[in-house]
Ligand binder design. Structure first.
Ligand code: SF4
Length: 70
């Protein structure tokens, strides 16, 4: 499965700290998100959100649909 690139959907970035989105808050990232489905390898894993069904996202990534969980 390909790895997501910055801007894939929903203002996604592979490095949360790179986000300048108004909703981004420090410390929030994919592996702490309810949509995170767990790491597959090397810091990359699946996201359950439909807009990321065809890519792997980075544990350190972030998008504007982030919700607490993980
Ligand atoms: Fe990451 Fe959550 Fe967005 Fe999926 S929904 S890309 S796990 S922040």
């Amino acid at each position: 499965m390909p790895k997501a690139e910055d801007g894939h959907a929903l203002d996604y970035v592979n490095n949360a700290a790179d986000s300048n989105h108004e909703k981004y808050q420090e410390g929030r990232q994919c592996d702490g998100c309810a949509f995170w489905a767990g790491e597959e390898s090397d810091g990359w894993g699946k996201c359950r959100h439909p807009q990321f069904s065809d890519v792997l996202v980075n544990a350190n990534g972030w998008c504007s649909t982030w919700v607490p969980g993980g």
